[in-house]
Structures are given as structure tokens and as C-alpha cells.
Design a protein around this ligand. Structure first.
Ligand SMILES: Cc1ncc(COP(=O)(O)O)c(C=O)c1O
Length: 496
């Protein structure tokens, strides 16, 4: 077996080997029951370390693709029922209720959503497509130390169900951070959630009735679009300009569509990176109040700022009870912690807390306790400073590389914070086509079409995440993106 392993890419060899074998298994070239070469033989034949092979085989085993039998070797497993190729969904193959459920959801969210985890990126491809921060910057040692300390300190109490609203000392710490940012809250105003995605879900369930309208920027964060559509909500997509959501158009839309809620990402908007200016924030807060509509402020990456002054949170400008604020530690630390929160007041607060309890009883207490201690001793602040320095440098590298490698007609507004750059493509390049061909040039990007309720509106844009990889990998990814764009332009010219 000759395997094309590349020793000069940042992708670890074990990942490349696992990806190669996974593909062969999924294509049926390695049939169920096939014995993989022994670890020693594979290592020798490919000129790699035995541990590399062992780790690759372990990854395949964890994915349920192979099984290792002590003393006999590693064997390819038959596919898991339901993952057995294209015939899996043919009518009549499964009970009718299964097809009915699948069709219902397929109508709401056709196709596959973008992968969330890096393991889904093919070997040799650098992904600028996902929404994650760089996990290698996670303060692993400090966090592990805090974890051990908390387990010693709290014993089994850390393993009980937590209060549904969240571990009180963590809520106290979050309240302190928010007060420093001008948002007046107490721990009692906070409900800890499993990430801000769950926060959006809970708010939507508690505030909205089927058929009401969600007013949100277009483009916007695709997972919230999917969520609202699943719930049967109408989406009023409000265009943006360099000052954020167009409040004049929002006003018109609210007159037409009536009740619902406004969901906005005023700071480092995903995907455009735009910050809503202070004047607009004030207008939006008072307009929402005049129309008797709640504002939900999704501040998913507000602390990742490279320059400029932060604008006041809409929450701090809103009448009491009219704005719900959502925060998360996913981008500032890592998404795997799954800690986000809602800030609210008034009668709705109790209902948010009850809904959270009904949904999953509580978010994991152990993680909340470790996070609280980690933030409290100052480690979080140090981490955040380092993160902003590193990401600012990467932002500058991305902009330099864009000048050097990308066609002149590609337009980027330099983001002053957050993880993303939003690129306008040359006339001739369609974002979906580029997203499809770019991996053949070793880079993955997110097509703009994913971010619009009317996908074709995003055909001239792509989103890239410039924070995810170290500086050299980012440079290489930008060079590859330049090649992919040039090829795309050449291909369209040829077709004309
Ligand atoms: C704008 C926005 N809101 C919410 C989320 C959800 O993040 P999490 O649930 O990890 O906090 C994301 C994730 O990318 C996001 O971009």
C-alpha cells in the first residue's frame, strides 16, 4: 500500500494516515473483514513512527470503522446500519415514520450543514471555513491545574446536578465582568446555558409563538436561521451597511410583519465583522421599545478586539427588561466547554430558568466551577490579552497575504476584532463554485450563500477565519486561496 503522506504540512501524519484509510474504507476499497497491515509493517513500509500508525488506527477505531483484536490485528468493520451508502435512504428501506421525519426536516434544512469539528477536514486541506478559535492557544496547563484544584476542593459536590440557572459563583463572576463593561447586572439576572446556541434556542422558545417574526441582519449566523426555521418562525432579513443593521429598513419591516423579536450581533458581526455604531445602537434600543419588541443581543466575540473603542452594549442602552444579552466562552476559550449565558430581568427571567431546567436540568457543574476559578484568579484576563495580541498579528498577516496572493479585485474590509474576514469576490467567481474547488488546492472556505436566508444573495462573498491556524499555516492557506481564485477566474473566462 503506497500512501501519499506529506511531511511538510502542519497536518499531523497520523491524521493524514487515518484520513487516507477512512476514505478507502468508505469507498469500499477496503472491504469489511480486511486486515490492515500490522503496526510494525505499516510503519516500516511508509517510513513513519509506530506511534503514528497506532494513533491513526486508534482514531479509526474510535470512529467505528475498524476493530483491533488482541494478538490478531486490526480489521475493517462492516458499516453501521444507516450509514451504508447511497441506498440507505431509498423509500421502503426504513419504517415510514422515519422517512416522514427525515422529509420534514430535509424541507427545512436541505443538504448537510457545514462541519463543526476540524476532524471533518480532508487530509492536507487547511480549513479557514469553520467558526472556531485556535485550540492550541487554549491555556491547557493552567486549566488542567485548575481542574485538579477544583476537584480536590469540591469533591463529589462538583459532580452533582448544578443549579439550573448555573453555579452561583460563576454567575457572580460573569456579573462582575459585565458590570465592568457597563452592563448593570446581578448574579440573579444570569442563566448559564450550554453555549450561546442554547441561549438563542431557550429565548426563542420562551419569547416566540409559531409564525411570529425574527428580525435579524442579513447576512447572519446560519445556525440561528436553521433554528428559527425549524420552529416555524418567519425571518425578516434586514440588510446592513458599514454602520450595522439598517434601522430604517428594520422600522419598515416591523410595520409590515408585527410581533416577534430582533436578534442582532452588534459587535464583530458574524460573518461580516462589522460593528454597529453607537448612534444605531441607541436608535435600535428605542425603536424596539416603541414597537414593544424584545432585542436579543448576541455578543459572541465582543472581547476579541484589536483596535478602536468598544461601543456601549445595546443592553446598557435599553429600557429595563427590553433587551436580553447573550454571551459565551466558546470563542474566547474553546467551544468544547459549552458555557454561555443569558442576561435578563423581569418575569421572563424565571421562565428562561425553568426552560433551561426542562431542557437539560443544568449545564455541567464541574466545567462551571473550573471556569469560575480560572476566571477569578486572573488567568482568563491574561489569556484574553495574549489571544488578542496573537489574533491581531494573524489579522495583519491575512491582510498582507491578501494583497500579495489574492486577485486585486477582491475586497476586504479590515476587521477590528473577531475571528472573521468577509471577502467580496471578483465578478466572475461564484462563492459556491470556489468553496467546492478550493479544497482541491488545499484550502477550505465558507461560501457566502450559507449566511443568507436567500442563499443567492451571498454568491459574491466568502468568509474566512484568520484566527484558527498559526502564522505559517495561515500564510500557506492564503497562498492556496489565491491559486484557487486565479483558477476559478481562468475557468469562467474559458467558459465564456
Ligand atoms: C454569532 C454566533 N452566535 C452563537 C454562536 C454559538 O456559539 P456557542 O454555542 O459555541 O456559544 C456562534 C458560533 O459560532 C456564533 O457565531
Amino acid at each position: 500500500m503506497s500512501i501519499p503522506l506529506n511531511h511538510n504540512t502542519p497536518l499531523p501524519l497520523y491524521k493524514q494516515l487515518a484520513a487516507y484509510l477512512r476514505q478507502r474504507i468508505e469507498l469500499g476499497e477496503l472491504e469489511p473483514g480486511t486486515k490492515l497491515p500490522s503496526i510494525r509493517h505499516m510503519a516500516r513500509s511508509q517510513g513513519i513512527n509506530r506511534i503514528t500508525v497506532e494513533t491513526a488506527y486508534a482514531e479509526l477505531e474510535a470512529d467505528g470503522l475498524v476493530t483491533s483484536r488482541r494478538g490478531s490485528g486490526t480489521f475493517v468493520l462492516p458499516p453501521f446500519p444507516g450509514h451504508d451508502g447511497p441506498q440507505a435512504d431509498t423509500p421502503g428501506r426504513w419504517p415510514a415514520w422515519q422517512h416522514a421525519a427525515a422529509e420534514r426536516f430535509e424541507a427545512i434544512w436541505p443538504g448537510h450543514p457545514a462541519p463543526l469539528h476540524s476532524g471533518a477536514t480532508p487530509a492536507g486541506v487547511i480549513s479557514l471555513a469553520d467558526g472556531n478559535s485556535d485550540p492550541l492557544l487554549f491555556p491547557f496547563e493552567a486549566f488542567s491545574r485548575t481542574l485538579r484544584e477544583v476537584m480536590r476542593r469540591d469533591g463529589t459536590a462538583a459532580l452533582e446536578y448544578e443549579e439550573a440557572a448555573g453555579y452561583r459563583p460563576l454567575r457572580r463572576t460573569i456579573a462582575r465582568i459585565l458590570v465592568d463593561q457597563g452592563i448593570g447586572v446581578t448574579p440573579d439576572n444570569i442563566v448559564v446555558t450550554s453555549g450561546s446556541q442554547q441561549a438563542i434556542f431557550i429565548i426563542a422558545q420562551v419569547l416566540l409563538r409559531k409564525g411570529q417574526t425574527v428580525y435579524t441582519e442579513t447576512p447572519t449566523y446560519p445556525e440561528s436561521l436553521r433554528l428559527f426555521r425549524t420552529m416555524g418562525m418567519r425571518i425578516a432579513a434586514i440588510p446592513m451597511d458599514s454602520g450595522g443593521m439598517r434601522t430604517d429598513l428594520l422600522e419598515q419591516a416591523m410595520r409590515t410583519h408585527g410581533e416577534g423579536l430582533i436578534l442582532t450581533m452588534p459587535t464583530f458581526h458574524n460573518p461580516t465583522g462589522i460593528c454597529m455604531d453607537g448612534h444605531r445602537r441607541r436608535i435600535l434600543a428605542s425603536m424596539a421599545e416603541a414597537h414593544g419588541i424584545a432585542v436579543v443581543e448576541d455578543d459572541y466575540a465582543g472581547d476579541i478586539r484589536y483596535e478602536g473603542h468598544s461601543q456601549p452594549a445595546i443592553k446598557s442602552l435599553s429600557a429595563a427588561g427590553n433587551c436580553l444579552y447573550i454571551g459565551t466562552f466558546s470563542k474566547m476559550l474553546v467551544p468544547g466547554l459549552r458555557v454561555g449565558y443569558i442576561v435578563a430581568e423581569g418575569p421572563v427571567l424565571t421562565q428562561l430558568e425553568r426552560y433551561k431546567r426542562m431542557l437539560d436540568l443544568s449545564s455541567p457543574g464541574l466545567v462551571q466551577r473550573v471556569l469560575e476559578r480560572f476566571v477569578d484568579v486572573g488567568s482568563y484576563r491574561n489569556h484574553l490579552n495574549r489571544l488578542c495580541r496573537t489574533y491581531r498579528m494573524r489579522r495583519d498577516i491575512m491582510l498582507d497575504c491578501a494583497q500579495k496572493w489574492l486577485p486585486r479585485c477582491v475586497h476586504i474590509t479590515p476587521p477590528s476584532g473577531g475571528l472573521f474576514a468577509w471577502l467580496r469576490l471578483p465578478e466572475d467567481v461564484h462563492a459556491d463554485a470556489l468553496a467546492e474547488t478550493a479544497p482541491h488546492h488545499g484550502v477550505a472556505i465558507a461560501s457566502g450563500t450559507a449566511f443568507f436566508p436567500q442563499p443567492q444573495e451571498g454568491a459574491r462573498h466568502i468568509r474566512i477565519n484568520f484566527c484558527r491556524h498559526d502564522e505559517n499555516t495561515l500564510k500557506e492557506a492564503m497562498r492556496r486561496l489565491g491559486t484557487a481564485m486565479q483558477k476559478s477566474i481562468a475557468a469562467t473566462k474559458y467558459m465564456k
